[in-house]
Ligand binder design. Structure first.
Ligand code: 5GP
Ligand code: MN
Length: 343
């Protein structure tokens, strides 16, 4: 295991954790498995230490994460604004997981930034903004869940965490690595997993809980998107999939049904970049883009130059306020401008 904090920072972390009584934990908007898993791992850990903990997410999270220990008590800001604001106002410590800039807290940003409570950021995205008293940023790590494993190790606690905490940490790492199929070659990841397995978790059950819970609608939607909507730009080794709200209604698409679909076209031999343009359900007329690549193609650079977003080298995203047709044109331009790297 790695000691990621200096002695001074470790002392700071211990003091912040010892001195708090009411903690709020949050993560990025449209929380994924790492956002929910790392937040709930911290929540379960701190509750076991006798702290009063509220987990508040900026908006809804997918159904396939609802089995996670502690997920049933998560506050969703877009649905429980007053409760979430009250929890933040009363907190004497705020822990923020899996994001690198406060704007990723979406509606919660203002309340969190206005609070006088100290903040801790625990994250693995590139280029963190420094808006917290303590910033634990580890861009080489596969997931925020992994960062927390190392923190618990350094606190001398990893060997004695509960099974619930271990389940959340494993799920966080599993989700951000496609079940350890990408961004997961550092040997120390498997030292973390070894420690988590030793807590008695059932990793095969966790895999099924996340990946084998599709609805009939999701599978049919997947078939439709791949058969009808997928464009393959063979010259650029790139695929584009689109999904409008009109199509969502037609297929009765539920929250979470599109999660992970962007990865599928990369199964085509030779493809290097997959782009999914997804009309925002909460803001019709806004197109959300998800990018996934293999090897060295820098999705984050494309996302920041063309889609007002960012992310990781192989997984990033952004937004365009325009029609689907216009979004497709912008994507085409983006692909052409990166043609040297894609051909
Ligand atoms: P997803 O495609 O799963 O929505 O997002 C993949 C990754 O891209 C996220 O983990 C996040 O790092 C990044 N990302 C997605 N949307 C945005 C965005 O609007 N802005 C920024 N800066 N990053 C984003
Ligand atoms: Mn993550």
């Amino acid at each position: 295991m790695e000691n990621i904090l200096s002695q001074e920072k470790l002392h700071e972390l211990k003091t912040l954790l010892d001195d708090c009584t009411k903690v709020v934990i949050s993560a990025h908007v449209s929380p994924d498995g790492d956002a929910i898993g790392s937040s709930l791992a911290m929540a379960n850990y701190l509750r076991r230490k006798g702290k009063q903990v509220t987990v508040a997410m900026p908006n809804i999270f997918p159904d396939f994460l609802k089995w996670m220990p502690g997920a049933d008590s998560i506050l969703v800001y877009t649905r429980q604004q007053e409760q979430a604001k009250a929890a933040v106002a009363q907190a004497d410590l705020i822990i923020i997981c899996d994001l690198n800039q406060p704007s990723r807290l979406s509606g919660l940003e203002e309340t969190v930034m206005a609070s006088q409570a100290p903040r801790i950021l625990i994250d693995h995205h590139l280029d963190p903004a420094y808006f917290c008293q303590l910033t634990v940023s580890q861009p080489d790590m596969c997931a925020t869940g992994e960062v927390i494993c190392h923190l618990l190790h350094q606190l001398g606690e990893l060997g004695s965490i509960s099974q619930d905490e271990a389940v959340c940490l494993y799920a966080a790492m599993m989700c951000d690595t496609g079940a350890f199929s990408f961004n997961s070659s550092r040997p120390v990841i498997y030292e973390c997993i070894s420690q988590l397995l030793a807590r008695g978790i059932d990793k095969d059950q966790i895999y099924r809980n996340v990946f084998y819970t599709a609805s009939e609608g999701r599978l049919r939607l997947q078939g439709y998107l791949l058969y009808v909507n997928m464009k393959v730009l063979h010259n650029y080794h790139t695929t584009i999939i689109t999904l409008t709200n009109e199509e969502r209604r037609r297929f009765n698409v539920k929250n979470g049904d599109t999660e992970g679909l962007v990865n599928i076209p990369l199964q085509i031999l030779g493809m290097r970049l997959s782009i999914f343009i997804n009309e925002d359900t909460e803001h019709p007329g806004t197109m959300k883009l998800s990018l996934r690549s293999v090897d060295d193609f820098p999705c984050d650079q494309m996302a920041s130059r063309f889609f007002g977003g960012g992310g990781h080298k192989n997984a990033s995203g952004g937004k365009l306020v325009c029609t689907m047709q216009e979004a497709c044109k912008t994507v085409q331009k983006a692909v052409e401008s990166f043609s040297e790297m894609l051909k």
